[in-house]
Write a new protein. Structure first.
Length: 133
């Protein structure tokens, strides 16, 4: 989130390229594996508690938390895809030009920004876990 704000305000072509590349690396090396690990451990926890066998045992708020978490997972997966596509288009942009001045890069940049819609769902899932769990 912060990286996107910094990128949006950066006018230097070299810095824009560096931030776009950094975001790609962060998403592929850290965010992607962390997301997969979170989904895996979440499913493992559901299985361990017996919630996968009998959904009637779920607390009343639990379904809401799972829906919010699923929205966050989808938003993050889509964001990773958009980040990779933005970086690919940035790599193809003419050297010396600011990537965000290129229509193809700008389109994917807006797409990345649109995935911020997942933030309220993440906050709601966190609130449910802290206050109801």
């Amino acid at each position: 989130f912060v990286l996107e704000i910094v990128l949006w305000r950066t006018k230097s072509a070299a810095r824009q390229r560096a931030y776009i590349d950094l975001h790609r690396v962060i998403d592929l090396v850290l965010a992607g594996p962390a997301l997969l690990l979170s989904v895996f451990t979440g499913i493992l926890l559901l299985w361990q508690r017996g919630y996968l066998d009998d959904t009637h045992r779920w607390p009343s708020w639990f379904e809401d938390k799972l829906i919010c978490a699923a929205c966050v997972v989808v938003a993050n997966l889509v964001c990773i895809g958009f980040v990779v596509l933005r970086a690919k288009n940035s790599d193809n942009a003419p050297s010396g030009s600011a990537p965000l001045d290129q229509p193809n890069v700008q389109r994917w940049h807006y797409a990345v920004t649109s995935t911020f819609i997942g933030v309220p769902f993440a906050l709601m899932a966190l609130w449910l876990a802290v206050n109801k769990g």
